[in-house]
Design a binder for this molecule. Structure first.
Ligand code: PHE
Length: 455
């Protein structure tokens, strides 16, 4: 068996900024906008936002730091890394990570495909301007052949970027797209402040109903969202960190990534909620109540008709979906990279072969989501929520118990002794029990999703 060396011939990032941009690019994605807005709506707005923030700070940040530590320490893909650091019994965990990457990308690409279509259709002026039309339109392009076509195009783009490698593919894409994304996002949020009646949207979004803080469904949703949004629990950032050299402070980078990720989700909400309330769409999408099956389409159904009534609406809709597309692409490449780096490191394949073969496999798997939105939702619940939390649980056990000393040594100067203790303490005593509880909470929802799929 040939194994790609972890030595000087392994690829690496061109610069620290490049790494940060790529990592933020992985974190910032459809999760921050498509998923955040519909989950926040389901989860009672502000109560959800508070819980989410707590999960990001107390579970996400320590775990994110751990993933970076493990990745940089091992200098190989997670499958090899876990075996190398913790022994052969941990290899299946790395394999699980790669499977999560495969599973998530398969449906993620379907949604990303919709963002491309909506960008183009907004510019062509063919998106419907009334609410009923918008719903029909989404029904027509979101499922079936049109959805397959856009999914395949998006996968082709993702594969192309990943074949370019770390510096020329991943890093360059992130360095170009991320700044553009920030500019568009801030522009949209500023513009939304000019909307009358948006106040109710801000209020819904920012004023919590405290009773909801103890609702297990909302707690689970917030935890799952934190994992998904931060790209945690499946080795994406571990993989990215494995291409890092040098001894820069990893906790600092973890904080940067988490803050950037939260800010984007938060600012996206500052655009989406006022729009929803200004145009009187709160009832249509069932804010505050239970959303219906088609929650995955919320953004695609509400945003266009609302904005297209305005003179400049077409441009705003196009900008919005283009921003989503940029965000999706930089995340999708990290999902594929987890798989590709595992294949390169374990089987010694070339990057091109690994990206094309596994990219095609993911494209085929994604057909199931492209023709059936219930399947897409079920995948999102199973792989995009539950398996990520399971991955996080295993990572906390790994770093907190199994390789604690090595991990502490790797982080050395990055944390003061007190903070280092706190970090390990979280990995050992806080995160595992919290995740066990949340996983238990999430079981009923998971069973429902699976039943909906087969029943
Ligand atoms: N974090 C990405 C998003 O918010 C999704 C993602 C999850 C990417 C897991 C990589 C790994 O859209």
């Amino acid at each position: 068996m040939s194994v790609a060396p972890a030595g000087p011939t392994r690829e690496g990032w061109g610069s620290k900024t490049g790494f940060i941009m790529a990592a933020v690019g992985s974190a910032v994605g459809l999760g921050n906008m498509w998923r955040f807005s519909y989950v926040a709506a389901e989860g009672g707005g502000a109560a959800f936002v508070i819980l989410y923030l707590m999960f990001v700070a107390f579970v996400g940040l320590p775990l994110l730091t751990s993933e970076l530590v493990v990745g940089r320490m091992a200098q190989v893909s997670p499958v090899k890394a876990l075996e190398k650091l913790a022994g052969p019994r941990w290899k299946p965990v790395g394999v699980l990570f790669a499977f999560c990457g495969l599973g998530i990308l398969s449906y993620y690409s379907v949604i990303a495909g919709w963002t491309m279509r909506y960008t183009v259709d907004a510019l062509r002026g063919v998106l419907p301007v009334d609410a009923a039309g918008a719903s029909d339109y989404f029904g027509a392009v979101g499922e079936g052949t049109p959805s397959i076509v856009t999914h395949l195009i998006f996968m082709a783009i993702t594969i192309t970027v990943v074949t370019g490698g770390i510096k020329k593919g991943l890093e360059r894409t992130a360095i170009i797209l991320m700044p553009m994304l920030f500019v568009i996002l801030i522009g949209l949020a500023v513009w939304a402040t000019t909307l009358s009646g948006g106040g109710a949207g801000y209020a819904y979004y920012l004023r919590p109903q405290l009773s909801e803080l103890f609702n297990p469904t909302i707690i689970t949703a917030a935890a799952g969202q934190a994992f998904f949004s931060l790209s945690l629990g499946m080795g994406a950032l571990m993989t990215y960190a494995s291409y890092l050299r040098g001894k820069d402070s990893l906790p600092k980078q973890a904080v940067t990534i988490a803050i950037a990720d939260f800010s984007v989700a938060f600012i996206a909400g500052l655009f989406i909620f006022p729009v929803i309330f200004h145009f009187g769409l709160a009832d249509t999408i069932g804010l505050g109540g239970q959303l219906s099956d088609n929650t995955v389409g919320t953004l695609f159904i509400t945003i266009p008709p609302a904005l297209l009534s305005l003179a400049i609406g077409k441009w705003i809709v196009a900008a919005f979906f283009m921003m989503l597309f940029f965000a999706a692409l930089t995340s999708a490449i990290s999902l594929l990279e987890v798989v590709v780096s595992a294949v390169i490191d374990t089987w010694g394949w070339t990057r091109i072969k690994a990206a094309v073969v596994f990219g095609l496999m993911i494209a085929v798997l994604g057909l199931a989501s492209a023709v059936n939105l219930d399947f897409l939702s079920a995948m999102d619940k199973l792989v995009g929520t539950v398996l990520l939390m399971l991955g996080g649980l295993l990572t906390s056990i790994l770093v907190g118990y199994k390789i604690r000393d090595q991990a502490e040594a790797e982080i050395e100067g990055g944390l003061t002794p007190g903070l280092r203790k706190a970090w390990i303490g979280f990995m050992r005593y806080v995160i595992p029990p919290v995740l066990l509880v949340v996983l238990a909470f999430s079981l009923p929802g998971l069973i429902d999703a699976v039943k909906a799929l087969f029943g």
